[in-house]
Design a binder for this molecule. Structure first.
Ligand SMILES: C[S@@+](CC[C@H](N)C(=O)[O-])C[C@H]1O[C@@H](n2cnc3c(N)ncnc32)[C@H](O)[C@@H]1O
Length: 156
């Protein structure tokens, strides 16, 4: 199983890159997190946010492994505890299908894309900057993996 984070946004500030890298590098080889940055579609006069998100959706889909389970990150998504995420991680490892976490850009994710996703999850009920979401998600994936291993990183 491969874990992919497809995130609309590039040229992130150094503190986002280093925060993400800190957690991504802790993941073991059989549960590596692969980041795929999607260059945002330029917003210009005649292009609505909906059009831009639809174009970004096509770029996201092209970057994903075939047949991957799609987990969209959205502030209106389901709340998961870290233990629930760890349980999902175990199930996903057992079925072997790749898992793709999708983070939208400034306007969010295309509505149809979210409707078709296998799951919509949130990290908080507040709106977060997209760069920060990838760091928090990487930390939660590392925490989830730690829970599956009884690693002391996670303390109840
Ligand atoms: C700046 S937000 C976009 C906000 C936009 N108004 C919307 O409705 O999604 C950019 C991306 O960050 C992610 N995001 C922001 N807050 C989040 C949260 N609390 N939980 C999960 N993902 C979040 C989502 O993937 C979102 O598409």
């Amino acid at each position: 199983m491969q874990l992919v984070i497809a995130a609309v946004g590039h040229k992130m500030p150094a503190w986002i890159e280093s925060g993400f890298g800190e957690y991504a590098k802790r993941m073991p080889a059989d549960c590596r997190v692969h980041l795929k940055e999607i260059k945002p579609v330029e917003r210009s006069g005649s292009k609505t946010a909906e059009t831009a998100m639809a174009l970004e959706r096509a770029k996201i889909e092209a970057a994903l492994p075939k047949g991957a389970r799609i987990i969209a990150l959205d502030e209106h998504g389901k709340d998961l505890t870290s233990v629930q995420l760890a349980q999902l991680l175990t199930q996903w490892q057992q079925d072997g299908r790749d898992v793709a976490f999708i983070i939208g850009g400034a306007d969010g994710l295309d509505a149809e894309f979210k409707k078709n996703a296998d799951m919509l999850i949130r990290i908080s009920s507040m709106t977060l900057p997209h760069g920060m979401v990838r760091v928090l998600l990487a930390e939660q994936l590392y925490r989830a993996w730690s829970i599956t291993q009884n690693h002391p990183y996670h303390r109840v």
